[in-house]
Design a protein around this ligand. Structure first.
Ligand code: ADP
Ligand code: MG
Length: 606
């Protein structure tokens, strides 16, 4: 008694695409089936760590490929976890898991130009329908008492499930190849594809009794014997990643603790990097036996994009064997691993600037979290930082900024905000620009926390160019202009009241009439970030500075001195609006529009 069920709508859409695509690299279907088989063996092993009631596998863990040329059939067989009837319906009828879900996500974003995406993501199990007119999955779960089932579909809108006859745990996926796909019955072809796409799968992949993949775990080999291509292939085939790694580090430690690690930096930012439930962590093995698929206990959060394997036989597991115990052994490995990773990044930044820049653009904002979180590695992190600055469009490091300091410049300035373009044009930079002093432009939200933890670099203080009063240059004319503006600024403070913490004649402006500066430790930018995250934070104190040498300010000073406060008032308020506008955030928009229309009316002679 077979039950016929419809595919989930997203699966149907995916299948339509897969079946009708002219994707030329159809051979990747085999990679997908082999990697599912390998995942199934992994899952059985991991579950077996905590359960002893699972049905045992027949023989050693292995993946077998078989063909029947007469019938035009190709089979991929594993002795992994298998599926119950419910699981077959759920996992093969809906978009169940990681890889395929990420594909569907990209599909939504990019529309149906899916050709490149198929190669990149593989589309998982459904890639079978690129080459098969009918797919049968004969499976039996390792759960005690589970019944065998057969899942069948021709890749149209539905599939069927019926009782099967498989006697052992595991899964066999049988593809009835389309007539234009009989090349995949050829032994050479199969060997070739497996070596190319699945050479680093962790379990033996066999065809005609011959093992096709690498017999030795890559991380156990000596780094000198492993080629760049091997590392890249391992990253994609062994770890199941989709991009190319931008770099990697492979090392072994022997004393006092023994462990091996091979760790990779991806080249592209994964879409779930900042999701709280995003997939992260490295694989933990003990003497080549997989213990955890994604352990986040070896690397701090700011290195959460690092992928790879740590084989650490001496790490102890707790009773349920699911969480590692936070022992001194674990902590000591973690410390060493972090240092090796940071050291590798340092090397990369020196040896290959282009690759490091690509890494920085994808992961710099995340790495910067380390400056706020990891005091122990502060000195290892700071040289890795790269900044946009007023010196040009290049990424700059602090050592360069320091080396290029001008005579008379005692500090390195920075300016925070959320929009780089706006920062570049901020009036707050005017004094620094005039002197030719380079300023760091910090436009990631995390930068506020970076500067809180980065008070100086190599003996030079880092200061906000938007904060506090500044030292006056020795210029008697400017000094005189400021003096004359003081009665006006005192009056303007009365006028603006609580809106500002003060109003004063500016020493930092050259071109603009007015600017808002931060007074105290909380910047307006930080206040806005916290507010956007719905967190209550301290309020920024802001001072309005006016440029006493600007024609408009001079005029206002004169109006005020002549007793024309009625005429000066709307303009003084607009000056405050103007300073807010320059930052791109006006609190009182309706007030501003009213003031503007009144002004326009007046100018028009109304
Ligand atoms: P993904 O591998 O990214 O999860 P797939 O489309 O490749 O997506 O597979 C969908 C799901 O089907 C898997 O997550 C798994 O639960 C199940 N599955 C596929 N092949 C097997 C297999 N050989 N053994 C057990 N379960 C499998
Ligand atoms: Mg898969």
């Amino acid at each position: 008694m077979a039950d016929t069920l419809p595919f989930q709508a997203e699966v149907k859409q995916l299948l339509d695409l897969v079946v009708h695509s002219l994707y030329s690299d159809r051979e990747i279907f085999l990679r997908e089936l082999v990697s599912n088989a390998s995942d199934a063996i992994d899952r059985a092993r991991i579950l077996g760590l905590t359960r002893n009631d699972l049905v045992a596998a027949e023989g050693e863990p292995a993946i077998e490929i078989e063909v029947n040329r007469d019938r035009g059939v190709l089979v991929v067989r594993d002795n992994g976890i298998g599926m119950t009837r419910e699981q077959a319906v759920e996992h093969l009828g809906t978009i169940a898991r990681s890889g395929t879900r990420a594909f569907a996500q990209s599909l939504k974003e990019k529309g149906d130009t899916a050709d490149g995406l198929i190669g990149q993501f593989g589309v998982g199990f459904y890639a079978s329908f690129m080459v098969a007119s009918r797919v049968e999955v004969h499976t039996r779960s390792a759960e005690p008492g589970a019944e065998p089932v057969i899942w069948t579909s021709d890749g149209g809108g539905e599939f069927s499930v019926e009782p099967g006859s498989r006697a052992t745990r595991g899964t066999a996926v049988t593809l009835h190849l389309r007539s234009d796909c009989h090349e995949f019955l050829d032994g050479w072809k199969i060997k070739d594809i497996v070596k190319k796409h699945s050479g680093f799968v962790a379990y033996p992949v066999k065809f005609d009794g011959e093992q096709l993949n690498e017999p030795q775990a890559l991380w156990m080999r000596s780094p000198a014997e492993v080629s760049d291509d091997d590392y890249k292939a391992f990253y994609m085939q062994g770890l199941g990643e989709w991009d190319e790694p931008s770099s990697w580090v492979h090392f072994r430690a022997e004393a006092p603790l023994e462990y091996q690690a091979v760790l990779f930096f991806p080249s592209r930012k994964p879409y779930d990097l900042d999701y709280p439930d995003g997939k992260r962590g490295v694989r933990l093995y003990q003497r080549r036996v997989l213990i955890a698929e994604a352990s986040d206990q070896f690397l701090p959060r700011y290195l959460r994009y690092v992928k790879g394997v740590i084989d650490a036989p001496e790490v102890s597991l707790n009773v349920s064997r699911e969480i590692l115990q936070n022992t001194p052994v674990l902590r000591s490995i973690k410390n060493q691993v972090v240092k090796r990773v940071l050291r590798r990044l340092r090397e990369l930044s020196r040896e290959d600037v282009a690759t490091y820049t690509q890494f920085w653009e994808a992961f710099g904002a995340t790495l910067k979290e380390g400056v706020a979180e990891d005091r122990d590695n502060h000195d290892n992190l700071v040289p890795l930082l790269r900044f946009r600055t007023t010196a040009g469009d290049e990424w700059r490091e602090l050592a360069q900024v320091k080396a290029d300091m001008k005579d008379g410049q005692k500090e390195i300035g920075y300016l925070t905000g959320l929009d780089l373009g706006r920062l570049r044009n901020s009036p707050q930079l005017e004094r620094w620009k005039k002197k030719g002093w380079e300023v760091l432009l910090l436009s990631d939200p995390v930068d506020e926390w970076v500067v809180m933890n980065l008070n100086e670099f190599d003996g030079v203080k880092l200061v906000s160019v938007a904060q506090g009063d500044v030292e006056a240059d020795d210029d008697p004319i400017a000094e005189e202009a400021r003096k004359q503006a003081e009665p006006f600024t005192a009056w303007a403070k009365e006028l603006l009241g609580e809106l500002v913490a003060g109003v004063r004649p500016s020493k930092r402006l050259t071109d603009s009439p007015a600017v808002l500066v931060d007074e105290g430790n909380v910047s307006a930018n930080l206040e806005r970030i916290l507010r956007a995250a719905r967190q209550d934070g301290p309020k920024a104190r802001r001072v309005l500075e006016v440029n006493p040498e600007h024609a408009l300010v001079k005029k206002l000073v004169a109006m005020h001195a002549a007793g024309d406060t009625a005429g000066a008032e709307p303009l003084a308020r607009l000056l405050y609006d103007y300073a807010q506008l320059a930052e791109g955030h006006v609190d009182d928009v309706s007030g501003l529009t009213q003031r503007l229309s009144a002004l326009m009316l007046r100018v028009a002679g109304g």
